[in-house]
Design a protein around this ligand. Structure first.
Ligand SMILES: [Zn+2]
Length: 658
């Protein structure tokens, strides 16, 4: 997510290993095979439009053989929540992910909901400035519930899971699985780029998701120092740094760039392949390997260099990103190194105007190229499989491009630039055509007896106006600021007078009642919680944007109405579903208020899906006959298990759509 690079996922050198201990039963269905292509953010409306124009012949082939349905998404329709519904076949009350951002009620601190670092059981031994860890920090997956592929594996199905979101660290697997969304970069963040310049007017500093730095000049060489993970061996924990050396040749518009193990001659305007970098942990003895992709924006008159977030190198993984651990390396040996950070398209660099829309699309094409190579490799393996086999393969491009290209492709958007280039204007349609081409590749490679499913976790809606939900709560008298409150954009829940605040919002769709004995400074008696939640939800339905006359919130749900399961008590009290055109503001997501209730969204992040689930449903397309009218993500989970004759977990309530 765009605005939370500073929420550290933290860094751990040691992860998980081993395998599930459950006994393997023989495959119940004896040889069914299925491929699920997970296209994050594929939207039924745009899909329909392109199908009607005959632009997606391969999706059409699938539909002709099986069918096409709108797929009900999770509430809220945020990717980690939606994919967890599919993974576990449970609603959020069963898997415990309610918003990408969770919130510790005892200390009012936010954290990313999908994974966390638990510190070592035995404290470190401190000698001088050195700090020798006695145990290992362990990253744990916070999503609860069993993944459907664990059930498949226990029934003897040969399973491969490529980049499933909300699966970091990956659950131990008998087959092969690679983690996706939720996987940090080597700094432990959700992706932090660095931009170097020689310009004197250049302002070094931090932007959301990135750092702007000046090159160090040493004679004719420019030194780029990239920050890495913290040094857990020193008690002062300074960030480790890796160095790139740049020798510009202004006469020819090229530069020689030296990384840890190779030199590259790069032309201005060119993207490089992966370049290894090393972070020295102990002098001479221990290095932490990482890798970056570079974009040499210019050499003359000034040198400007974009350095991608430092990715975990799958050829030498510093953290566990696959199960078994060797799978990521095997895959990289076959197709070359690939982005391992969670959502590799650098949306933050575009939002910070470090990359232009055209440069962002070029970087996104690099991601797509890697995706294509990985898919080809997995298809080669899949066709060689005999007996029951399942492949899940994930695509990030539709979602990430749609977020960023929203204002470019939509002439109605308040921030639509007047002179949009035609390639940018056509970027979403061409992305759908590209996905269609890859679906064609899958259909060519596998036989007609293999079930092929194309699905998305949610679709998209317009993000024209930012809704400052905390400002609305303040105006309605539920949230009160301290008189000395200063609005610090870096602060979470800043300036709130907790002794007079009854409700507040943090995250993208979550609204909490400030309950006595539950929240740190809670004041609302527990017995009044539900009545107050009902009152606020009712008033939210009457929130009308005076500028447009449209409803800002079309569905405010009490947690009791939409969730069931053991983690219901951890859910926000109200899940706020915005109407088409609206989304919670970035300020609200950090628990901040604002001077106005609503304002035009002028960010590059210009389309979204964290809205009313009816506004942004996903798609389900398959060559299997679809037999139910309104399938949900949790129905698909049961359908996958059913295809292999595997009984669903008793907690799953879904019905197979096939
Ligand atoms: Zn998204």
């Amino acid at each position: 997510m765009k605005d939370f690079p500073r929420v550290l996922l933290l860094f751990s050198l040691v992860g998980l290993g081993g395998c599930s201990d459950d006994p393997v039963m023989p495959a119940a269905s004896g040889g069914g095979q299925m491929i699920v292509l997970g296209v994050d953010g594929m939207d039924p409306e745009l899909l329909n439009e392109l199908l009607a124009q005959g632009e997606l012949p391969n999706v059409q082939r699938l539909i002709d053989a099986g069918g096409f349905r709108v797929l009900g998404t999770s509430n809220p329709p945020q990717s980690p929540v939606a994919w967890s519904n599919l993974i576990t076949g449970l609603n959020p009350g069963g898997h415990g992910l309610f918003d990408f951002l969770a919130f510790d009620r005892t200390n009012l601190r936010p954290y990313l909901s999908a994974s966390a670092v638990r510190s070592a059981s035995r404290g470190p031994l401190e000698i001088g400035d050195w700090r020798i860890p006695l145990g290992s920090d362990e990253t744990v997956l916070l999503r609860k519930g069993k993944a459907f592929w664990e059930l498949l594996e226990n029934s003897g199905v040969d399973v491969t899971i490529v980049r499933m979101p909300a699966n970091y660290p990956p659950v131990p697997s008998r087959g092969d699985s690679l983690s996706g969304m939720g996987t940090p970069d080597l700094r432990g963040t959700s992706g932090t780029f660095t931009y170097f310049s020689t310009r004197t007017a250049f302002q070094p500093g931090e932007v959301s998701g990135g750092e702007l730095k000046r090159f160090e000049v040493r004679g004719d060489r420019l030194i780029a120092k990239i920050a890495g993970p913290e040094n857990g061996l020193r008690s002062s924990s300074p960030a480790l740094t890796a160095t790139l050396e740049v020798v510009p040749d202004p006469d020819h518009g090229i530069a020689l760039i030296r990384g840890a193990s190779r030199e590259l001659l790069v032309q201005a305007g060119e993207w490089t392949d992966w370049v290894e970098v090393e972070f020295e942990l102990l002098p001479v003895m221990a290095n932490i390997p990482g890798m970056v992709r570079l974009y040499l924006r210019s050499v003359h008159p000034e040198t400007e260099l974009y350095v991608s977030p430092v990715n975990i190198n799958p050829l030498r993984p510093a953290q566990v990103i696959s199960s078994p651990e060797t799978y990521a390396t095997r895959l990289a040996e076959a197709v070359g190194p690939f982005y391992t950070e969670e959502m590799p398209e650098d949306t933050k660099a575009l939002s910070a105007h470090i990359l232009s829309p055209v440069e962002f699309l070029a970087q996104s094409d690099l991601v797509m190229g890697e995706t294509r190579r990985m898919l080809d490799y997995e298809l080669r393996r899949f066709v060689d499989k005999r007996g029951a086999a399942f492949l899940f393969f994930y695509f990030s491009s539709v979602d990430q491009r749609h977020h960023m290209m929203g204002r470019h492709v939509d002439t109605e958007h308040p921030a639509h630039p007047p002179n949009t280039a035609s390639t940018t204007m056509d970027s979403m349609r061409s992305t759908y055509r590209e996905i269609d081409f890859l679906i064609g590749r899958v259909l060519e490679r596998v036989g007609g007896d293999v079930a092929v499913v194309v699905m998305s976790d949610h679709g998209f809606s317009n993000f024209y106006r930012e809704a400052h939900l905390n400002a609305w709560l303040q105006e309605a008298g539920y949230l009160v600021l301290r008189e000395d409150a200063a609005n610090d954009p870096e602060e979470w829940l800043p300036g709130i007078d907790w002794s007079r605040t009854r409700a507040f919002s943090i995250g993208l769709n979550s609204l909490y009642i400030n309950v006595a004995g539950r929240e740190r400074f809670g004041i609302v008696p527990a017995a009044q919680r539900l009545d107050l939640a009902r009152e606020i939800a009712g008033r939210l339905h009457g929130w009308i944007d005076e500028t447009t006359g449209l409803p800002v919130v079309t569905r405010a749900s009490l947690r009791e109405e939409i969730y069931r399961g053991p983690f219901l008590g951890e859910a926000p009290d109200i899940v706020v579903g915005y109407g088409n055109g609206y989304r919670g503001s970035w300020a609200t997501s950090k628990g901040q208020t604002a001077q106005v209730l609503l304002e035009d969204n002028r960010d590059e992040w210009s389309a979204d899906h964290c809205v009313d689930p009816d506004v942004a449903p996903g798609v389900l397309v398959s060559n299997l006959k679809l037999t139910t009218p309104n399938p949900q993500l949790t129905d698909l989970t049961v359908g996958i298990l059913d295809h292999f004759g595997v009984a669903p977990d008793p907690a799953m309530r879904g019905t197979s759509p096939f």
